[in-house]
Write a protein that binds this ligand. Structure first.
Ligand SMILES: [Zn+2]
Length: 154
C-alpha cells in the first residue's frame, strides 16, 4: 500500500483489501489476505460539489464498480471477501476527510497512507462507528502471516 501510494504520488492511489471477517471475544477481526491495487478512476464529472480545486486525482479517488465486482468475484471464489479500501493522502495527514466519511461503508476498514513529498510517512486504519464517525482501528501483523507470506498482486 505504501509503495503504491509513493508510485502514483502526487495523485491519490486506491485499492481493495481482501480477507475475512471473523469475531473473537466479541471484537470484529478483519484478517487481510490480499491487497489489490487499482487505478484511480476519478474524473471531475464524478463530483457533486463545485469546488474545482478538490476535483483532481490529487484530492480524490474513485474505484470503478467493474473493478470492485471483479475483485469481489475472485475473492468469493477463494472463500474471501472485500474487507476494506485503502487510498493515499498526498501531502496530507492519514486522517479521513469529510468526503471519505460520506462515501464510507460501515463494514469496511479504511486504510489511509500519508505521503509527504513522495515518501509514505504514516499509515492509519479507520472504521465507522454506529454514529457513522470514523474511529481508529488497530493494525497488527500476525506471526502466522509473517511466516507464510501471502502473494500480493501487483
Ligand atoms: Zn481521503
Amino acid at each position: 500500500m505504501e509503495a503504491h501510494a509513493e508510485r502514483v504520488y502526487p495523485e491519490e492511489c486506491c485499492g481493495l483489501i481482501v480477507g475475512n471477517l471473523t469475531a473473537s471475544d466479541d471484537e470484529p477481526l478483519k484478517s487481510v489476505v490480499e491487497i489489490v491495487s487499482l487505478t484511480n478512476e476519478w474524473t471531475p464529472d464524478k463530483s457533486n460539489v463545485d469546488r474545482p480545486e478538490h476535483t483532481t486525482k490529487q484530492r480524490r479517488y474513485w474505484i470503478d464498480p467493474k473493478d470492485m465486482l471483479r475483485v469481489q468475484k475472485a475473492a468469493r471464489d477463494e472463500g474471501l471477501s472485500i474487507i476494506g479500501i485503502y487510498h493515499s493522502h498526498p501531502d496530507k495527514a492519514a486522517v479521513p476527510s469529510e468526503c471519505d466519511r460520506a462515501q464510507a461503508w460501515p463494514a469496511y476498514a479504511y486504510v489511509i497512507v500519508s505521503v509527504c513529498k513522495g515518501k509514505a510517512v504514516d499509515i492509519q486504519n479507520w472504521a465507522l462507528d454506529f454514529e457513522r464517525q470514523f474511529q481508529s482501528e488497530t493494525m497488527r501483523i500476525s506471526p502466522s502471516a509473517a511466516r507464510d507470506r501471502m502473494p500480493v498482486s501487483a
